[in-house]
Design a protein around this ligand. Sequence first.
Ligand code: GLN
Length: 307
Amino acid sequence: MSTPFDYQALLDETLREEKKYGERGQVASYIPELRKADPNMAGIALMTTRGIFTAGDTAVNFTLQSISKVLTLLLALEHRGVEAVFAKVGSEPTGDSFNSIVKLETSEQKPLNPMINAGAIAVCSLLPGQSVEERFGLIADLLEKILGRPVQIDESVYRSEKETGHRNRALAHFLKDIHALEGDVEEVLDLYFRQCSILVNCADLARIGMFLAAKGINEAGKPIVSANAVRLVSTFMVTCGMYNGSGEFAIKVGIPAKSGVAGGILGVVPGRYGVATYGPALDRKGNSVVGISMLRRLSQVLDLSIF
Ligand code: GLN
């Protein structure tokens, strides 16, 4: 009988060798509360069919930020259907930064894709429900089904972004003007800020990754969302999940992934693993520097690239 692969040793080595690269990045500061993060934190988690393996700061809580865009897109596709979603948002990558306002005025009158802020805010407006609480309940409920525990938001990060999110507010009003946003602008923004403030740790992200790797089936073996919604979301993660760094990430790592400005990266290795990293020091495109280095090493050793 062959000895099982030593994932733990691989994660320990990955962390040891790549952790130093975090120094090349900077913690996000445009949301004041995020400045408090320790730039030296680094963690990696890998969820396999044999269970979860972790190394480094994988129990530290941080906010989902843009990783939440994956969840709202899944929900919008499930509740409103593919056609309704693509009536409000496109499917093309953009070479601009995640919160850019530049390409909003396209001939199509909708944001380029659901992974940039403008697209995610438009998608957010599609969630059904009578109130923000009810709509947020859908997101929290989905996460609870994936993680097997209730989730909370970080109230101070939520308030911090709600008070200072002028650019997102500008994007949302523009979207309303071009009919890409349904309902009340402030309510949609409130939902968006709440979803961005959901607290997770690196191990949780790896579980979300595994859920997507298993085409929407949770750890208890229950189908939670359709395989087609997971396919669409995973495709967006490849083409737009790391924003204007998605092409380079596809070359270096080659897996569907989604980053957030709090420092998390959620990775999916279809049919095999969920993988996640944490490291709040970011590159100029808003992606975790240490996260990308660790994922690159892991991808080389485990031959993870889907290409
Ligand atoms: N809440 C952040 C924002 O809207 C999310 C951005 C991100 O994680 N890239 O600016």
